[in-house]
Design a protein around this ligand. Structure first.
Ligand code: TGC
Ligand code: FAD
Length: 420
């Protein structure tokens, strides 16, 4: 019955396939930079935003990578330049922000991280973690006070969740916010905090204590000048050297009542900010992988051994093809996720899947591509070793690869592997 109903449709389909795959129709040319024609899935506006980010990244950021990497410094004018182009907090509507969709935001992250994960990191924290925390959980007064300055990078914010003793498990955090009659006293230590050494204020996630009773975790805006706060830089890093990372030590600092993120009430708040940042990383790491592919392909075509270009050897071709396939799949999946977010039809587990797989694949493929450079892999001039080192961090922060595995395992089985 069903077969009979489908027969005419199948016949037409076969005819079309035969036409398009036979000698009559012309094939499109294989484009190794966009093998499945993802560009055709973008709108004109998305393409225009992509172009702005790409031109900025290649013209202004690329020339500054090596110096930042070698000196462990971030040229802070970079964040201002990004702000001037509307690249900071781009998905926020109003408050001086561009109000783009999430796909455009992803395309921006891809282009910035194509140059270096450190630049994307500095930007992610400002946009996805700090601006999104204030936009989602702040009061109207906080939005008006902070968002316009954050969008132009006249103010730099940091996101303090990780502590020396609690990274993957923020529910055990030791930092406290103790209620006073007119505000809160914050005590604690955060570590591995991006932009901390030069940040103007810190969103500090702390456990509230009221009348001696420990309550929920909430977010607090802690200005640098509020009291005894130290933010030493973590130096001699093996990765993300172009982004500045530090600790934040807060000793009995009093902040007024209006500095609490009023809608934050539990760990769902910082995790909601992480959803934004993890989505951006899913795109960004694919940009880093694309740069590795481009560099490895160019090197393999130019360098000769045994009187032939490296690119003529089967092992080398396989490395390039594997990496290109994974970058193509990862970007298309990130695009689909962006479309779902733009429609408001998504869940955090979708984001975990992309954060996990794209970071894991980018790291794995960059590691393999590095072999193509032989001894030159050791030099920072060739870029792929830098990306590979950065990608190890991308695979770790914002929830490690294994933590996202367990988030997805719980979603599939209904059983949490975290809890006792
Ligand atoms: P769990 O009991 O599962 O959840 C606690 C509450 O949070 C809610 N929730 C979420 N809400 C929104 N989005 C999500 N993704 C959410 N995940 C959980 C949940 O519904 C619950 O709400 P409620 O109302 O019932 O209280 O929490 P858990 O303590 O068992 O945690 C589980 C786990 C391991 C998944 C979580 O702790 C985790 O994600 N750990 C990883 C920590 C992490 O990602 N840290 C990142 C620090 S920031 C950073 O790395 C910045 S780097 C930036 C850069 O430089 O680019
Ligand atoms: P741990 O939690 O100690 O994990 C160590 C290992 O144990 C990992 O492999 C992990 O997967 C594994 N593990 C832990 N628990 C489990 C489990 N239940 N099951 C299986 N395996 C498990 N944090 C911020 O708050 N703000 C920032 O701006 C920020 N920027 C960062 C910048 C850099 C350069 C770096 C390196 C980190 C940054 N982080 C930031 C911190 C980052 O989010 C944490 O490093 C990350 O969440 C992991 O925590 P951890 O380092 O304490 O590792």
């Amino acid at each position: 019955m069903l077969a009979a109903a489908l027969r005419p449709t199948l016949a037409t389909t076969r005819l079309n396939v035969a036409r398009s795959m036979g000698g009559v129709a012309k094939f499109t040319k294989y484009d190794w930079e966009d093998p499945l024609n993802m560009d055709s899935l973008l709108t004109d506006e998305e393409r225009a935003i992509h172009e702005v980010a790409k031109n900025y990244a290649q013209e202004k950021l690329a020339p500054r990578v090596l110096n930042g990497w070698r000196t462990e410094k971030l040229d802070q004018s970079i964040l201002k330049e990004m702000g001037a182009l509307g690249l900071l907090g781009p998905t926020i509507k109003g408050y001086g922000c561009a109000g783009t969709n999430y796909v455009s935001y992803g395309l921006i992250m891809r282009e910035i991280e194509k140059v270096d994960s450190g630049f994307r990191s500095a930007m992610s924290v400002q946009s996805s973690l700090v601006m999104s925390a204030i936009s989602q959980f702040g009061s109207e007064a906080q939005k008006e006070k902070y968002l316009p300055g954050l969008a132009t990078a006249d103010i730099i914010g940091c996101f303090g969740l990780t502590e020396p003793n609690h990274g993957s498990d923020p529910s055990s955090m030791e930092t406290t916010a103790t209620k006073t009659k007119d505000g809160w006293i914050i005590n604690g230590a955060k570590t591995w905090i991006t932009n901390a050494p030069f940040g103007d204020f810190f969103i500090i996630w702390a456990t509230t204590v009221e009348n001696g009773v420990r309550g929920k975790n909430r977010g607090f805006i802690v200005p640098r000048e509020a009291g005894h706060i130290e933010t030493p830089q973590i130096t001699n890093k093996l990765a993300l050297r172009g982004s500045v990372t530090g600790s934040v030590f807060i000793d009995n600092v009093h902040i007024p009542a209006e500095n609490v993120l009023e809608k934050s009430n539990g760990l769902g708040a910082p995790f909601s900010c992480l959803n934004h940042a993890r989505f951006g990383i899913s795109w960004g790491v694919m940009g880093a992988l694309e740069d590795c592919i481009e560099r490895a392909r160019a090197y393999a075509l130019e360098r000769h051994q045994f009187n032939r270009p490296l690119a003529s050897f089967q092992f080398v071709q396989r490395k390039l093809v594997d990496a290109s396939t994974q970058a193509t799949f990862g970007l298309l999946a990130a695009l689909q996720l962006g479309r779902q977010i733009d429609k408001g039809e998504y869940n955090p587990e979708m984001i975990s899947m992309l954060k996990r797989n794209n970071c894991g694949q980018a790291l794995q493929q960059a590691r393999v591509l590095l072999d193509i450079f032989g001894g030159n892999a050791c030099s920072d001039e060739y870029g792929v070793g830098r990306h590979e080192a950065n990608l190890q961090v991308c695979n770790t922060y914002e929830g490690t690869y294994d933590v996202h595995t367990l988030i997805l395992g719980k979603a599939m089985t209904g059983i949490s592997a975290f809890a006792n």
